[in-house]
Design a binder for this molecule. Structure first.
Ligand code: NAD
Length: 258
């Protein structure tokens, strides 16, 4: 799909990988972006930077159907269509099965992570697909593209990542059934499993943890540049033959247990 003047919905678009992708889509591809995020202040700043012609912010909670319905109505009103949906909203909340005293984790903590990282992705993907299905197909028969953000932790989660890894493996698991179901409508679905990127989420980790994580990057031995992630989103949107797959974007990293 040619991204020029297309409408790209980006959850988590007020920070980190989502925000970098919004910048890339507007500045490099000439697309319009709709940023869906809880953080209203950062969302407004990002729109001011990108320009109101090209960007809109909707304060939303991806776990709420009502919240996403409202955002979709605002986007349709302003831009008239949705062509690409990039689901980058996520939380890294650690969740050990047993605490130091051997007490089982509360289910509520586990559910919080699954709710945002997995159910939130399904929620926004479904609502966007409903709108994409109404688009006129382009010359390759395409109506829309979904890019869901997974994680290397979906494959080699560290101790304490049972909830996070479970949520991200769920995102990867949805790829094929979603691609099969939406394919006949001209909508493709892929996911990206990033390794380590220096976003506010990762920068919030203790410096020792960050240093240890960089040591696990194989080559190049550094955090990923957020533009490298944004470029991969654009590639997935533009390449009409990419469907139902998970791209590991991680400098050959294999995470250790801790
Ligand atoms: N940074 C990394 O190294 C890395 C690695 C693997 C996977 N990821 C994944 O990439 C995605 C983006 O991560 P990031 O590092 O840019 O994080 P980030 O914390 O910088 O950005 C995440 C954004 O999601 C928003 N958000 C959280 N919960 C939300 C909700 N319920 N509704 C709407 N918005 C919500 C936050 O407000 C924030 O702006 C996440 O899904 C994360 O799990 C990141």
């Amino acid at each position: 799909m040619n991204l020029k003047d297309k409408v790209v919905v980006i959850t988590g678009g007020a920070s980190g990988l989502g925000q970098a992708t919004a910048r890339y889509m507007v500045n490099e591809k000439g697309a319009k972006v709709a940023l869906l995020d809880l953080n209203a202040e950062a969302g407004a700043e990002t729109v001011a930077e990108l320009g109101e012609e090209s960007a809109i912010f909707c304060q939303t909670d991806v776990t709420s159907e009502e919240s996403i319905d409202t955002a979709i109505a605002v986007i349709m009103d302003k831009f008239g269509a949705i062509h690409v949906d990039i689901n980058a909203a996520g939380i890294p909340l650690p969740c050990k099965i047993l605490d130091r005293d051997g007490v089982a984790s509360s289910l509520a903590k586990y559910a919080t992570v699954i709710n945002v990282n997995l159910m939130g992705v399904f929620n926004v993907m479904a609502k966007c697909a409903e709108q994409m299905a109404k688009n006129e197909p382009d010359e390759k028969g395409e109506r829309g593209v979904v890019v869901n953000v997974s994680s290397g932790a979906a494959f080699e989660g560290q101790i304490g990542q049972s909830a996070y890894s479970g949520s991200k493996a769920g995102v990867n698991g949805m790829n094929i059934p979603a691609a099969r179901e939406l394919g006949p409508l001209g909508i493709r679905v892929n996911s990206i499993a990033p390794g380590l990127f220096g976003t506010p989420m990762v920068k919030s980790f203790d410096q020792k943890v960050q240093d240890a994580l960089i040591q696990m990057c194989e080559a190049p031995k550094r955090m990923g540049d957020m533009e490298e992630f944004a470029h991969t989103c654009a590639y997935l949107a533009e390449n009409a033959y990419m469907n139902g797959r998970v791209i590991r974007l991680d400098a050959a990293t294999v995470m250790q247990a801790r």
